[in-house]
Write a protein that binds this ligand. Structure first.
Ligand code: ADP
Ligand code: ZN
Length: 531
């Protein structure tokens, strides 16, 4: 292991360390308070959005306090980068994880025991082997930093069982201060982190989760790749961005599509070999204007300040995931776009994935609640930002910088339309013991005599042709919103709809259904690229 020139522990003044080692003139937000609290030996739980500057909150106390700061992080793939970045600043740091050979590991262990490093990054699974606590006992520990602390929360979206063992740190080393940090925490996750890590008595620092420079937009999905291409050409030509897709196949196809249009787009997913992944990640970080098309395997811990847009071509499974992924845009504070394309097929697919998933009823209920919150954000007619902040238990004013603020969607009384859809589903089940997907239900309502309608004699249903007042797209939007609200659901192992309890009051005429009117389909872009 190569160690940089020894960092002189010349000062116990955090501001001096900030200036001299990190080269920054001043602390941001609550950094100073957090750092002096931890330097004084206090425990802290820090909730701060991505880009807020969490790393300094433990790095500086690790330099100021005697001993080695031990950082628990699940981001194994990034440890080398993090340590390299510290070396470049002249900070002595090392890491221990499963990617190392025994020689490298022994060198880091020796440096730790001799107190020759200031920061030691540890993968959480290292703590499972008894050799790690034994090693830690033989050195002097300045503090424990638990990064990505939401990984301890089973309620959250990124649970890692190894994190549960972190509660033992305090029992074994009661005098060592602990600082847990996360960029994603609803009140439920926040409470769970505090309980599971035994941080009830710690000071909690909760920064605002607002990212004012990010413009949130959620658009109806028609032709997602074309829509994305128009967005990039019109608003982000030459910019770096991240495009999230659900499946590996869709990642590959989207990257190929964008590349075929002359853009620098690279794929990233867990199915690629590690060399390709590392090469693509490094081009994204080092070159200008690279678009990374990725599954959510990409991005955690990536510190690229000038990502100008984050696009989702598929619906995220939770608001926490959405917030974390979109949060990778605009860390430099400059205007950036978070754009999501969302449609009926997304809702159907996700409901089905939950219905078909393994796991007990409680697990499915939790997944369902995560999805419901995400759908509520998609279907809202109010400010997206206010809704996001509310989700995290924070207040906000309509922002003027999201799609719903900029062009407020109309809402309309969709009670009768909802009743038509629900009674079509009801009659199919009751009279024929059948269930169908959206396309066929729309055909029935619109009275189309398709071969399938003839085959099933659905033209004899009383609901046949009762919905000529709306177009196909409008009916799909009605169905989407009914699924989003849980009045219709998807049968396990099928793509067909069934009613839920929640549909009854609507069918009985006891409940009004206000719906969101989707903005009209944008005209086909007239702009083409200059030849
Ligand atoms: P987080 O972990 O909260 O996402 P980081 O710790 O990676 O955020 O910090 C985000 C960026 O802001 C980094 O490039 C970091 O160097 C920079 N930064 C952090 N604190 C300050 C500060 N006080 N002054 C200037 N830049 C800072
Ligand atoms: Zn707004």
């Amino acid at each position: 292991m190569s160690l940089p020139a020894t960092h002189e522990r010349a000062s116990t003044d955090p501001v001096e360390v900030l200036n001299r080692v990190f080269g920054y003139p001043a602390f941001r937000g609550e950094q100073q308070e957090i750092i002096s609290h931890v330097c004084a030996g206090g425990d802290a739980l820090v909730l701060m959005p991505t880009g807020g500057g969490k790393s300094l909150c433990y790095q500086i106390p690790a330099l100021v306090r005697p001993g080695v700061g031990v950082v628990i992080s699940p981001l194994i793939a990034l440890m080398q980068d993090q340590v390299d970045a510290l070396h470049a600043l002249g900070v002595r740091a090392g890491f221990l994880n499963s990617t190392q050979d025994p020689d490298e590991r022994r060198a880091v262990e020796a440096a730790f025991r001799a107190g020759e490093i200031d920061l030691l990054y540890l993968a959480p699974e290292r703590l499972r082997s008894p050799s790690t606590p034994a090693l830690l006992d033989r050195g002097r520990i300045a503090l424990f930093a638990i990064d990505e602390a939401h990984c301890v929360a089973q309620w959250g979206h990124d649970f890692r069982p190894d994190y549960l063992a972190l509660s033992e740190l305090h029992e074994r080393w009661p005098a060592v201060p602990r600082i847990a940090l996360t960029a994603t925490a609803t009140e439920a996750t926040h409470a769970e982190i505090a309980t599971r890590l035994n941080l009830g008595a710690a000071r909690h620092f909760v920064a605002s989760f607002d990212r004012p420079n990010i413009q949130y937009r959620i658009a109806p999905k028609n032709e997602p790749r074309r829509q994305l291409l128009s967005l990039i050409r019109a608003e982000h030509p030459g910019d770096a961005g991240i495009v999230y897709c659900l499946s590996r196949r869709s990642v590959e196809e989207t990257a190929a599509f964008l590349a075929g249009e002359g853009l620098t787009a690279l794929p990233y997913h867990a199915g690629l070999d590690s060399r390709t992944r590392a090469a693509n990640q490094s081009r994204f970080l080092r070159e200008d204007g690279v678009i990374m098309v990725a599954t959510i395997a990409f991005g955690m811990g990536i510190d690229k300040p000038d990502v100008r847009f984050v696009a989702h071509l598929d619906l995220p499974k939770s608001v926490e995931g959405y917030y974390q992924e979109t949060g990778r845009a605009g860390r430099d504070g400059l205007p950036s776009t978070a754009w999501l394309a969302y449609g009926l097929a997304d809702v159907v697919q996700q409901r089905k994935m939950i219905a078909d998933s393994e796991g007990d009823a409680a697990h499915k209920r939790r997944l369902g609640q995560h999805l419901d919150a995400m759908l509520a954000l998609c279907e809202t007619v109010e400010c997206r930002r206010v809704q996001l902040l509310n989700y995290f238990g924070q207040k906000g004013e309509p922002c003027g910088n999201c799609d719903t603020c900029l062009s407020p969607p109309e809402s309309w009384d969709g009670t009768v339309a909802a009743q038509k859809v629900l009674s079509a589903v009801f009659r199919l089940k009751k009279e024929r013991n059948q269930s169908f997907g959206a396309g066929h239900i729309v055909d029935i309502l619109r009275g189309k005599r398709t071969p399938k309608i003839e085959q099933f004699r659905h033209d004899s249903l009383t609901v046949f042709g009762v919905g000529e007042d709306l177009g196909d797209g409008e009916w799909r939007a009605v169905i989407r919103q009914l699924v989003a609200r849980g009045m219709l659901t998807v049968e396990s192992n099928h793509n067909t709809f069934v009613l839920t309890e929640a549909s009854r009051p609507v069918l009985r005429g006891e409940q009004q259904v206000m719906l969101r009117r989707d903005p009209p389909k944008p005209p086909k872009p007239a702009r083409t690229r200059a030849a």
